[in-house]
Design a protein around this ligand. Structure first.
Ligand SMILES: C[S@@+](CC[C@H](N)C(=O)[O-])C[C@H]1O[C@@H](n2cnc3c(N)ncnc32)[C@H](O)[C@@H]1O
Length: 202
């Protein structure tokens, strides 16, 4: 997640540091997968919306969006930064991934968020995937065992077998496994990244 600040799971600082960022490559990849520039009449869930950058990008492409995050600050930032003329297509839910009620959605977008469900990871993933309508898509990332954060308390990691099993009832599965040393944050730090960038269509 090059260019993103991650400060010891201090999500409030993370949200403030990232609220005004532009789209990352994963967002472009998601939009390519779902023809996402034509969002009118389509429902998205931004799961772990953080500072709200991707929620605003989805709204700008015409999507209706439910933005979900455990951090109450996410609501404040979205209310401050969402243009007035997009507000009627925005809903915000502050809650945990595994127990928030999700609408049926054409796109569930979970950019580097579900691994932080920790012990509730499997329930959180089930909740996310149950929201995807037939023909709809899930796009998100899951950490692998080699990631520097994989052993942190509260972080879940998976392997390729888990990915294949978890998405076995989807009709299309595109998995891009990355394992490399790379930058994170804004202070020249690096870490080992190991994750699966998953795009799946039901
Ligand atoms: C690494 S950030 C990613 C944020 C955003 N998707 C992005 O890419 O900028 C993870 C986000 O998940 C949220 N989060 C972590 N654990 C959560 C949980 N169990 N339920 C809901 N949100 C959670 C955090 O508050 C944070 O905003």
């Amino acid at each position: 997640m090059a260019g993103i600040e991650f400060i010891d799971h201090d999500w409030t600082s993370f949200l403030e540091a990232t609220t005004s960022r532009g789209p990352l490559e994963y967002f472009h990849s998601a939009m390519a997968f779902v023809d996402g520039h034509k969002g009118a009449g389509r429902q998205a869930v931004d799961l772990g919306c953080g500072g709200g950058a991707d929620t605003r990008l989805l709204l700008a492409r015409g999507w209706s969006v439910l933005a979900v995050d455990a951090e109450p600050k996410a609501r404040l930032l979205l209310e401050e930064t969402t243009p007035e003329h997009h507000r009627d297509r925005l809903d915000i839910a502050i809650g945990q991934f595994h127990d928030v009620d999700l609408p049926q959605a054409d796109l569930v977008y979970a950019q580097f968020s579900l691994p932080f469900a920790g012990d509730h990871h499997d329930e959180a993933v089930s909740n996310a995937l149950a929201a995807v309508v037939p023909g709809g898509a899930f796009v998100g990332q899951f950490f692998g065992a080699n990631d520097d954060w994989a052993d942190d308390a509260g972080v879940a990691w998976v392997d390729r077998t888990w990915v294949d099993r978890t998405f076995s009832d989807f009709t299309e599965l595109d998995v891009d496994e990355r394992d490399h040393r790379g930058p994170y944050g804004q202070h020249g730090a690096t870490k080992r990244w190991h994750f699966f960038h998953v795009r799946a269509r039901r």
